[in-house]
Design a binder for this molecule. Structure first.
Ligand SMILES: O=C(O)CCC(=O)C(=O)O
Length: 281
């Protein structure tokens, strides 16, 4: 694993950055942890499972279901989403053994109108066309396998913590699944236990490893690879995505093209939620 000094070089930490500091980091594709904003973003509230239960009530939430907490991305199938009452998700989070199956809430907040008053959109994004805001709720040990997003992401850790392994953009050394699979921006490599004989070019990549704690936000530049493990007993976060600039899409054109089939599927999913709840952000 990485030495902390090198990680510190490539991970910027900013306390309450100004709008222009944030814009500069986005333009330069700098990975940034932002601190000092949680009180205003949470409107002084908190995000225990009880708080979420009170805010979400009887709504059915969308969860991704997998066989285990660290199931690799299946290149032949879309994620297995289903809708269940929040209370059922909570019971699963509280009862699933570490090695058991996984249930991961990953829902567009447009589907959760009663949650809207529980948070505030970061001021950095006030003049940005946010494509989608998603709420994530997970139990301990749940892993999102190594992938990149062809969009900009701001990930706010509202409760709990997550361990991130991030990598600068690239394709060749990351062994992504084929462009015609269902997971073209997911890597075949497990960065926590890379099989060097199957993936020898992995030796060229350098992880940026850190834990994101409750109250912190992470800006993940478009096309940055990331592998994420939930590390607290329950973990709540929200991520905002917005389109990268045409300049960035051109700079990372092979990565952009590689992700297109997945983007087309995502765009359809987002559009159908939007048309069901037109007018909400
Ligand atoms: O938190 C996770 O499990 C994954 C989050 C992610 O991939 C993102 O915010 O882009």
């Amino acid at each position: 694993m990485m030495s902390t000094a090198r990680t510190a070089d490539r991970l910027l930490r900013l306390h309450r950055p100004t709008q222009s500091e944030f814009r500069r980091a986005v333009k330069a594709s700098r990975l940034v942890v932002i601190t000092g904003l949680s009180r205003e973003l949470s409107r002084g509230g908190s995000y225990s499972l009880d708080d979420l239960q009170n805010a979400i009530g009887e709504h059915r939430v969308e969860v991704d279901r997998r066989a285990s907490r660290n199931t690799p991305q299946d290149p032949e199938a879309r994620p297995n989403f289903e809708r269940i009452p929040f209370a059922e998700l909570r019971a699963r989070i509280e009862s699933e053994a570490y090695a058991g199956p996984r249930t991961y809430l990953q829902d567009d907040v447009r589907n959760l109108p009663s949650f809207h008053s529980s948070y505030q959109v970061p001021t950095y994004l006030r003049n940005t066309a946010i494509v989608r805001t998603k709420l994530w709720v997970s139990g301990k040990g749940i892993v999102t396998p190594l992938h990149y997003d062809p969009v900009e992401v701001l990930h706010w850790m509202m409760e709990g913590s997550k361990r991130w392994l991030c990598f600068q953009p690239g394709l060749r050394n990351f062994y992504p699944h084929g462009v015609h699979t269902k997971a073209p921006m997911f890597s075949k490599v497990d960065p926590t236990a890379p099989d060097m004989s199957a993936y020898p070019r992995w030796k060229h990549v350098r992880p940026i490893e850190f834990e994101l704690h409750a109250g912190e936000l992470l800006y993940i530049p478009a096309f940055y690879w990331h592998h994420v493990e939930s590390t607290a007993d329950h973990n709540v976060s929200m991520n905002y995505i917005w389109l990268a600039s045409p300049w960035k899409n051109t700079r990372y054109f092979p990565e952009f093209v590689q992700a297109m089939p997945f983007v087309a599927w995502q765009a359809k999913k987002i559009a159908s939620v939007r048309s069901r709840h037109s007018g909400r952000s």
